[in-house]
Design a protein around this ligand. Structure first.
Ligand SMILES: [Zn+2]
Length: 410
């Protein structure tokens, strides 16, 4: 839901960073409530604009903190070659969309822990700086003592320290898909060696916490704290549906079971030798088979890259006989820097392809063996058929799409 109604503010290392419309609602509420808070704390009169300016500064500090938290996840994911689709800020915080699931428990753990680590550092920095400036009176304002007297900037540091401590504790709850729940999943994965089992365990635990959130929200509502009650109820509901979707996806993965890329790929693919001239490639391959691209292999049949029709056509006719296909390989097409490879290992589980961006873009991928030799071609169609087989009870005529990206990460 955060994916619609969003617009991009900036990009960081190719990742679009955007906000959802609901972000503005929270921005407004935060500024509204904090204006009152700072007015009371600093004893300013009604005409003063200072509380309002402090509230605006705090609100931006708040969203900056959430953005840094998400970038913490994103940077570690990128380091592990997991592309990030986008980062979105919305009313319940931030979401960094990973293009595929981590392939090991260790990577899952490091990505999940990176966000809370950033938040911990921000909390430590703001609280440390505040107490260095204001000494003991800083802790009075940190504990929301209305009689505390501190400088305005120090009051903002205290609030930012507090809010980051709250973000940290919330995210570390073992409620999948929150960071703490992902850490639980990584631990269970490491312990059992079975990702699907670990995922279902973490997601079920997440559902328990989600119900607790909803119960707590209902209790607050009865106690007259309507805003907090609705907030808790909504968070509980969101966590619950996200955890349930994870269980469903995991069930699908389990049904795809031990199917590997090699089980469904075309294991006798047509490939172009890398020393073939572009002219020959056009005549003997592109014109003959009318496919949009071919894998290119060297003399040892190792996969070198893909050549696509457009790139071959773009070579001027007079030089086509002398230029080899290896020189026009499409390794990083302009504007499509998805960070994903144009090949997969043939022994990969089929399920790992479900969120593969290059597979969707190209309609197929080269499959290579452990030595990098071309073993086959796997197409989107073949993956779709295997999925239909796994689901088994698809009504005739309906089409199955690969499931959505992995559930968002807060
Ligand atoms: Zn996080």
């Amino acid at each position: 839901m955060a994916r619609r109604n969003r617009f991009t503010l900036l990009t960081f290392r190719g990742i679009p960073i955007g906000v959802d419309w609901s972000w503005f609602l929270v921005l407004f509420l935060v500024i509204y409530f904090l204006s009152g808070y700072y007015r009371d704390l600093l004893g300013d009169d009604q005409a003063s604009t200072q509380p309002y300016l402090l509230a605006v500064a705090s609100a931006f500090g708040f969203f900056g903190s959430i953005l840094l938290h998400e970038l913490g996840h994103a940077v570690v994911a990128l380091r592990n070659k997991i592309p990030i689709g986008q980062i979105t800020l919305w009313m319940f915080g931030g979401i960094a969309v990973l293009q595929r699931d981590p392939r090991s428990a260790g990577v899952e753990f490091r990505i999940a822990a990176a966000g809370p680590l950033v938040t911990l550092l921000i909390a430590a920095a703001t609280l440390g700086l505040g107490s260095a400036i204001a000494g003991d009176s800083f802790w009075d304002v940190t504990y929301f003592d209305e009689n505390a007297s501190v400088a305005p900037a120090v009051a903002v540091l205290a609030w930012l320290g507090n809010i980051n401590a709250i973000i940290l504790m919330f995210n570390l709850l073992p409620a999948f898909p929150l960071d703490g729940g992902r850490i639980v999943r990584a631990a269970a994965w490491k312990f059992t060696g079975d990702r699907e089992k670990a995922t279902v365990f973490a997601a079920r635990l997440g559902q328990v916490f989600a119900v607790l959130f909803m119960v707590a929200g209902f209790g607050m509502l009865l106690a007259g704290a309507a805003v907090s009650g609705i907030w808790f109820g909504l968070i509980g509901w969101l966590l619950f549906s996200s955890a349930r979707a994870t269980v469903v996806r995991s069930e699908l993965n389990r049904r795809l079971g031990d199917l590997r890329v090699a089980d469904v790929m075309d294991s006798e693919p047509v490939a172009i030798p890398s020393d073939t001239s572009v002219e020959q490639a056009l005549d003997e391959y592109f014109l003959r088979y009318r496919w949009p691209w071919f894998p290119v292999v060297d003399a040892g049949r190792r996969f070198v890259g893909l050549i696509n029709r457009g790139a071959a056509d773009a070579v001027p006719e007079p030089v086509r006989p002398s230029r080899t296909v290896e020189q026009v390989i499409d390794d990083e097409p302009a504007g499509h820097d998805s960070g994903e490879e144009q090949f997969v290992r043939s022994d990969e589980p089929l399920e790992s392809l479900l969120a593969n961006v290059e597979l969707r873009r190209l309609g197929g991928l080269a499959a290579v063996d452990g030595d990098g030799r071309l073993a086959g071609i796997i197409t989107l169609d073949q993956v779709g058929r295997a999925l239909r087989g796994a689901i088994g009870r698809t009504p005739p005529g309906s089409s199955i799409e690969a499931p959505e990206d992995p559930p968002p990460r807060s």
